[in-house]
Design a protein around this ligand. Structure first.
Ligand code: MTE
Length: 319
């Protein structure tokens, strides 16, 4: 987000994703088809770009959520081929390919810190804790692009309640896997690894905060944060940590990775706020992936029901 000089131009200004992909698919597609013909294998066996993650297992029994937006969903191929996932690459087009063989099983999540029930949970057990819902959320990246995604999961509060936090616990910290062998981006010190994010306890307990393990009715593709991530739709995308292995309850406000990297640019709260500019660009507008015209960005990304969490706070100071 601040690493490359090119990020001075928000990515919303750069080539339309669909245009890029169509061009890229034409080029790589032609090469792959040629190679496949020589090797005698079908396209489904080599994995074509829109299905590059290879996960694709359906999640049954999805409940509809009253929190879902009825806005047009962003095409799957855009959401799965244009990703911020610095553990794999700072180039948004690369995580899809680089995360293809990422091992998401076995996968254990450690729950610790100020809780009565410290434990290590298998991700498959977590996924069965509560009925899976489809939540169609707007998701706004701090860089000026946005997506509408049918995520799958359930409220993070379901897991937190089971962990039984102590009254002293005021914050929840989320940590991503540290595994430079599998995650080539971690071999470079672009960020301090592992990636860490945090929420205040009342934010984490808000029913909109989603513990997420799927999208578009299937398990999460690796590049979108498999096997388990959070999605906090009223905050800039970087608060929604991917591929988490630890959930820790603390008394002190955790230091999040982006705040550590550039404290003048990225705060702890990071609520979507069209009235607070990023030091290097305006946050007033955004561009949906796959669309050309920009639209106004809404306060709290349009999720007004969280406003009361911040009453009395100066949201310019607490950006
Ligand atoms: N989580 C980890 N572990 N590493 C990252 O680089 N990037 C964040 C967030 N979570 C990131 C992460 C940012 S900046 C955004 S915008 C979203 O993931 C992007 O999620 P998506 O690729 O599924 O759209």
């Amino acid at each position: 987000m601040f690493i490359k000089k090119s990020s001075d131009i928000p990515s919303s200004e750069i080539t339309s994703k669909s245009l890029y992909l169509n061009r890229r698919q034409l080029i790589t597609g032609a090469a792959i088809v040629g190679a496949a013909a020589v090797a005698g294998v079908g396209l489904s066996e080599i994995g074509f770009p829109s299905r590059v993650a290879g996960a694709n297992a359906k999640i049954d029994g999805l409940q509809k959520s009253p929190f879902s937006t009825s806005e047009k969903q962003t095409p799957y191929k855009d959401v799965t081929n244009y990703n911020n996932f610095y553990e794999f690459s700072t180039d948004k087009y690369e995580p899809a390919g680089l995360a293809k063989d990422f091992m998401t099983r076995p996968w254990t999540v450690t729950i610790d810190g100020l809780v009565k029930k410290k434990q290590q949970l298998d991700v498959d057990a977590i996924m069965k804790m509560s009925a899976p819902e489809e939540r169609i959320y707007r998701h706004r990246c701090v860089e000026g692009w946005s997506i509408v995604v049918p995520w799958v999961g359930f409220s993070l509060s379901e897991l937190i309640k089971r962990a039984d936090p102590l009254p002293k616990a005021k914050f929840v910290e989320f940590t991503t896997l540290l595994d430079p062998k599998q995650m080539p981006g971690q071999r470079v010190s672009v960020l301090k690894w592992p990636y860490v994010e945090g929420l205040r306890m009342d934010e984490a307990m808000h029913p909109l905060a989603l513990l997420c393990f799927g999208m578009y009715g299937e398990v999460l593709p690796n590049q979108d944060g498999a096997p388990l991530r959070i999605v906090v739709p009223w905050k800039y995308g970087f608060k929604s940590a991917k591929s988490i292995v630890r959930i820790r309850f603390t008394e002190e406000q955790p230091m999040n990775t982006w705040q550590l990297s550039a404290p003048n640019e990225y705060g702890f709260y990071s609520n979507v706020n069209p009235n607070v500019d990023h030091p290097r660009w305006s946050q007033a507008k955004e561009r949906r992936l796959g669309e050309l015209t920009k639209r106004p960005t809404l306060m709290f990304n349009g999720y007004d029901q969280v406003a009361s969490l911040y009453s009395g706070m100066d949201l310019k100071k607490n950006f």
